[in-house]
Unconditional design. Structure first.
Length: 111
């Protein structure tokens, strides 16, 4: 799976998009803001397990106490990790279905 996830909400549900690079993720976050297809929240880095808030949320985040910031960070990280896990499980299931479909058919022996 890709290293970076862009977390956003769409119709009051958390969603994510994954990207190989941070630059791609930042570009996607900006596009979400411009096109109003969802409400951007931030970017998650799976390698460092850090969450970076989007510009629209950074000001509110900065006004929180350190403990509140930690709570918010942990909540967003848990949401993204759960979404990534769900996507990985779905991908594994699809791969298993594909594997079964690609297996050769057994030969029937007539006597």
């Amino acid at each position: 799976m890709n290293r970076f996830s862009v977390l956003y909400t769409l119709k009051k549900h958390h969603q994510h998009l994954t990207f190989n690079t941070r630059a791609e993720a930042e570009d996607a976050l900006k596009k979400l803001s411009r096109h109003r297809r969802g409400v951007p929240i931030g970017i998650y880095d799976a390698k460092t397990e850090l969450f970076f808030w989007g510009p629209n949320r950074q000001k509110k985040y900065s006004q929180l106490s350190f403990s509140e910031q930690a709570q918010e960070d942990n909540a967003m990280i848990a949401i993204v990790q759960n979404l990534r896990l769900q996507a990985e499980i779905a991908s594994d299931e699809n791969q298993m279905d594909l594997d079964i479909m690609l297996r050769p058919m057994p030969r029937l022996v007539h006597s």
